[in-house]
Write a protein that binds this ligand. Structure first.
Ligand code: BT5
Length: 274
């Protein structure tokens, strides 16, 4: 068995979680782990904690209609099904939990300092600039009482992607291999992410807010930003200073005339990414 083996037997024996990763499903190739998991929700009843991981996605999804690109066998590409019985606004916590789980796992397994860029980018510092090494896609559905019926967290981490195969993107991309100069065990990283996710999820499920820990890692705060809002139609980009985040993860941006805007969903460009 190689170190990078991500098969069901290889991973299941190492998982030290109670619910996240039980069951754990491995597929060599799928269009998108998040699309497949949401399809399984329509045809069956996968339990809370179900994880679906693949070595290659032919139609990996980002937010909106964007793509997530990863060469076969180089990355961690997986989706986690959660069934929190939470009121809708608490859905913002799930994005925080996922970001924290990945950041803390990378710090332990690859010994790299990690920051988060609002709302969902996990960044590593390479040659003096922060670059994206992981993206997180959160999707969910509410029930008729406005509570979260389920949520799917799709996580893509560039682990052993050689520099030359990193995608060209608006936010420069990197991988753990590119940042550290050595390959990192995808299996160790996966096991650590899932363990962290369980710890953070259980704390949040018990009512403990992840906001403070998440806020502390946000490189976005205190900086001049340009925000393209995804939660408000046809507005020109908002420019200002990212002052804070609220309890549910909205970014609070102060514009030039002193007005404070709460942005629930958007893309942020940092004026200075160093
Ligand atoms: C995200 O969207 O960052 C969420 C990505 C989630 C991917 C995972 S993989 C497992 C699961 N199954 C799926 O189908 N998806 C999830 P967003 O913030 O919209 O960023 C997308 C943008 O990042 C793209 O438009 C590219 O510019 C850039 N990009 C694409 N692939 C990348 C990569 N490997 N590394 C860094 N940036 C990338």
């Amino acid at each position: 068995m190689t170190e990078n083996e991500l098969s069901e037997t290889a991973v299941s024996t190492l998982l030290n979680t109670r619910r996240i990763g039980h069951p754990y499903h491995y597929r060599a190739s799928v269009p998108s782990t998040s699309a497949l998991l949401s399809q399984e929700l329509r045809t069956g009843a996968p339990p809370h904690g179900t994880v679906l991981l693949t070595d290659y996605q032919s139609q990996g999804r980002g937010r909106l209609d964007r793509r997530w690109e990863a060469p076969p066998g180089t990355s961690l590409l997986f989706s986690v099904l959660l069934r929190p019985d939470w009121e809708a606004e608490r859905a913002g916590w799930l994005m925080m939990l996922a970001g924290l789980a990945v950041a803390e796992a990378i710090e332990v397994v690859a010994a790299q300092p990690v920051v988060l860029k609002w709302p969902n980018d996990v960044l590593l510092r390479v040659e003096g600039t922060w670059r994206k090494t992981c993206g997180i896609l959160q999707e969910g559905e509410l029930d008729s009482n406005g509570r979260l019926r389920h949520a799917i967290l799709g996580i893509g981490i560039n682990v052993n992607v050689p520099s030359a195969q990193l995608p060209a993107a608006a936010m420069p991309a990197t991988s753990l291999l590119a940042a550290t100069g050595r390959p990192v065990s995808r299996r160790d990283l996966l096991v650590a992410v899932l363990a962290n996710l369980e710890t953070h999820y259980e704390a949040a499920d018990g009512g403990q807010s992840p906001r403070a820990a998440w806020r502390e890692r946000l490189i976005t705060l205190g900086r001049s930003v340009r925000v393209t809002r995804l939660d408000a139609a046809a507005e020109s980009p908002l420019e200002g200073v990212a002052e804070d985040v609220d309890e549910w993860g909205s970014l609070l941006v102060r514009d030039a005339v002193g007005r404070l805007h709460a942005v629930a969903a958007g893309d942020v460009t940092l004026r200075d990414a160093s």
